[in-house]
Design a protein around this ligand. Structure first.
Ligand code: ADP
Ligand code: MG
Length: 339
């Protein structure tokens, strides 16, 4: 490392060792690996997600937002499995042309936000890796969670004909928030646009909801690629087709305002990604339970459709989206794909 660069070990000691203080098995980030005890009668759930500058966040996004997203996208996967978050690792590839001052400022904001979010989620940092890259800023988090043995984890594969399809929170905020910050919604009032942008930059994982759905949810996924695409993943895993009613999909008032002036944005809301809500199916007999969970968590849980017929394996499973008039809506692209 050059003299103007923050040394690797200095960096880890200053910004990340404090985040490992709550987990004895992290050994203060001083050993080769962490050792994590799993409580008897529990199993570990493991997930990893990488976020890349210019792909998953904007190069201009503040470090606090990047930290929040790196952790939340992983916690959201744990939520979709019904797991209780336990710990996480952090691999950082920092652009090698960052000078010491910039890197220090960035790491200050980044690690400061992780402190807050890891406390809220009840996790500690247990290890990671730090490298310099000729490419863009890139962050990989691996999150560990636990589920109780005997309480089957939530899967995508158990949706059944007759189930109701529910979604948590509001859909489309993040996709329209991204459009707003890209300057593509110039007519949207700034306060509305900024509230959408915040939802893009600071997603929140539905951890408690996921845990409450254990034993109730049939097909469960988080909405990362887009509502229709992620529901499609449930369909493909469960070999079923579903119909959802576009007019019942919960939309926030800023999203409604945006759609009122540009109707095509409805398709963006339904197919855009990054909301990190949960989409799930339950038998109709569980509707009262879902209402009770919604009240207890103060989280909207909205029935938007139903599971229709069982279908042949994989690609035969389809998501039908119908408009207010009952006719099929053509949405074009169904969700984000990297390749
Ligand atoms: P190794 O060379 O064995 O891979 P490193 O020198 O990369 O070990 O890391 C030393 C210690 O610091 C390890 O415990 C590792 O988990 C931890 N560590 C490195 N980078 C990070 C990071 N970004 N966040 C958390 N822990 C880190
Ligand atoms: Mg290393």
């Amino acid at each position: 490392m050059g003299a103007n660069r923050l040394g690797e070990f200095e960096l880890i000691a200053r910004y990340f060792v404090p985040l490992a203080a709550g987990e004895p098995g992290a050994f203060g980030l001083s050993d080769d690996a962490a050792v994590i005890a799993v409580e008897p009668g529990h199993r570990m759930v493991v997930t990893t997600d990488t976020i890349v500058s210019g792909v998953h966040f904007l190069p201009s996004d503040p470090p606090e937002a990047i930290a929040a997203k790196a952790l939340a996208v992983n916690l959201s996967d744990l939520a979709a499995m019904g797991a209780r978050p336990r710990a996480y690792t952090l691999a950082l590839a920092l652009p090698r042309d960052w000078d010491r001052g910039n890197a220090a400022l960035w790491l200050e904001g980044f690690s400061g936000r992780l402190v807050l979010d890891q406390r809220e989620a009840g996790v500690d940092l247990i290890g990671g890796d730090t490298v310099a890259t000729p490419g863009p800023l890139c962050i990989t988090v691996t999150a560990l969670g636990v589920v109780k043995e005997g309480e089957a984890e939530l899967r995508r594969s158990a949706a059944r004909p007759g189930d109701l399809v529910y979604v948590s929170g509001m859909i489309g905020d993040a996709a329209l928030g991204l459009k707003y910050v890209m300057g593509e919604l110039p007519k949207l009032a700034a306060d509305l646009g900024n509230s959408l942008a915040d939802r893009y930059r600071f997603p929140r994982a539905r951890i408690e909801l996921g845990r409450q759905l254990v034993g109730i949810g049939h097909g469960v996924a988080d909405v990362s690629d887009g509502l229709v695409a992620d529901l499609g993943h449930i369909c493909a895993a469960s070999n079923v087709s579903v119909t959802i009613d576009a007019s019942r999909v919960p939309l926030s008032s800023p999203v409604r305002a945006a759609i009122a002036s540009i109707p095509d944005l409805l398709a963006v809301a339904l197919t855009g990604g990054d909301d990190y809500e949960l989409i799930f199916t339950v038998p109709p007999a569980s509707a009262d339970t879902i209402r009770a969970i919604s009240n207890a968590l103060d989280t909207p849980l909205t029935a938007i459709g139903r599971v229709d017929e069982r279908t042949a394996m994989g690609p035969k499973a389809v998501v039908r989206v119908q408009g207010a008039d009952g006719r099929p809506l053509n949405l074009g692209r169904h969700g984000y794909q990297h390749f």
